[in-house]
Design a binder for this molecule. Structure first.
Ligand code: ADP
Ligand code: GN1
Ligand code: MG
Length: 370
């Protein structure tokens, strides 16, 4: 039976020299930005899988530069992995070139596509199943940072300008409230007031950077648990994926985004806020793994500011969800009415919980700083 696919998918698939008969194309993963498809082909009774993605060009407005970053970083990682005796087919993303030898394909509607080799025998998790998995993800993101420590950061394009410039995002948020294009502001006064009362959180890293107190590093910037592939057999973190936002950034933000997502006791869009808390056991496990993974490269100041990274990233993400809700949900994919508002509320609940547990967070981090 012929597989039902749309025009863009067909053009994209035809632009690659995939061997075998196409047997299935299905949407894949739970990312909020790109459209990901799992493509299955069959050759001599063997199934072969490929990840095909349509990049979100409204958000990633320079897809060509973005793919330059991805190629640069993955080929660099490939060399480091080979040097360390690892398996470069599974421990880094591998871009599949088109028939023309390009890292991306543009379809007849101007949409940008790319394909990655499918990492077999591994899973990306949307929630922590065992603390050990979370520890593994921490070590992987820490290692990623360490492996890229000598990467020529000046060659990286800024794929989204000011991505974690929380101060600038605060200004964008205030504009969204002012413009109130959907007439939703009055109904979310409580959430808006929460943001306005936390302006200091939005400013803290920008101010420290300006004073030269923090180093810019090559960071991932989207360190959700589901951006790590965990080996099904060994349960070790094997590969960091979703490299669209690799740019110069702050280590505390990479740490903090992982805590925001993975140390929460509930899903990012949970509606029952009594279920949403920041788990201190998971916070400790991640702290240990991340500091170990970074291999002594973090400065004392960076380590000291890790709890702040968790608070800043959680606050920023909540503010971004609320901004998108006010602006009519044009950025993050939504799957129900009020989805971005639900997401925003979980983030603010987490921020409050972190504030209540601040001393514990600081003493945990202190325990692992030497
Ligand atoms: P998004 O930016 O939308 O989050 P991702 O690049 O993270 O997109 O991909 C979405 C999901 O697809 C991932 O969470 C993972 O489950 C799966 N995935 C992505 N790349 C690969 C790969 N090379 N091999 C196996 N699974 C992958
Ligand atoms: C988006 O693409 P995805 O789902 O991994 C977003 C992150 C947010 C996250 C919230 C490019 O990540 O910044 O933290 O949603 N990515 C982009 O879940 O904006
Ligand atoms: Mg992702």
């Amino acid at each position: 039976m012929a597989v039902e696919i749309n025009q863009g998918q067909r053009e994209a698939i035809e632009s690659y020299q995939f061997a075998g008969e196409l047997i299935d194309v299905r949407t894949y993963g739970s990312g909020h930005i790109n459209d990901t498809y799992l493509v299955t082909l069959k050759e001599d009774d063997n199934e072969k899988k490929v990840i095909l993605q349509r990049m979100n060009k409204n958000i990633f407005t320079k897809p060509v530069e973005l793919m330059e970053n991805v190629l640069g970083v993955t080929s660099y990682l490939r060399e480091r992995i080979i040097e360390n005796g690892g398996d470069p087919e599974r421990e880094t993303l591998n871009v599949i070139p088109t028939k023309e030898g390009k890292a991306y394909f543009v379809d007849s509607e101007g949409e940008y596509w790319r394909a990655y080799k499918f990492i077999t025998g591994a899973t990306s998790y949307d929630a922590v199943e065992t603390p050990e998995d979370f520890y593994q993800s921490a070590v992987s993101f820490g290692n990623f940072q360490r492996l890229l420590a000598e990467y020529p950061a000046e060659t990286l394009h800024e794929t989204i300008e000011g991505f974690h410039d929380t101060k600038a995002r605060f200004a964008v948020f205030k504009k969204a409230v002012e413009n109130d294009v959907c007439g939703r502001a009055a109904s979310v006064k409580k959430e808006i007031d929460f943001v306005l009362a936390h302006e200091d959180v939005a400013n803290v890293f920008g101010d420290m950077l300006a004073k030269g107190e923090l180093p810019l590093r090559v960071t991932h910037n989207d360190t959700k648990l589901n951006n790590i592939m965990i080996d099904d057999e060994t349960r070790k973190g094997i590969c960091v994926i979703d490299l669209d936002t690799v740019m110069p950034g702050l280590a505390m933000n990479d740490f903090g985004d992982s805590i925001r997502f993975g140390a929460s006791t509930a899903a990012e869009d949970e509606q029952d806020l009594s279920k949403v808390n920041c788990d201190m056991g998971l916070f400790e496990i991640y702290t240990k793994g991340y500091i170990e993974g970074c291999g002594g490269r973090l400065t004392q100041k960076e380590i000291e500011m890790l709890p702040m990274g968790a608070k800043v990233m959680t606050f920023e993400c909540g503010m971004r969800f609320l901004t998108d809700y006010l602006e009519g949900d044009h950025y993050f994919k939504i799957h129900r009415e009020g989805h971005n508002l639900d997401r925003c509320r979980t983030q603010f609940k987490l921020v409050e919980d972190m504030e209540a547990k601040w001393d514990t967070m600081q003493s945990i981090v202190k325990k692992y700083s030497n």
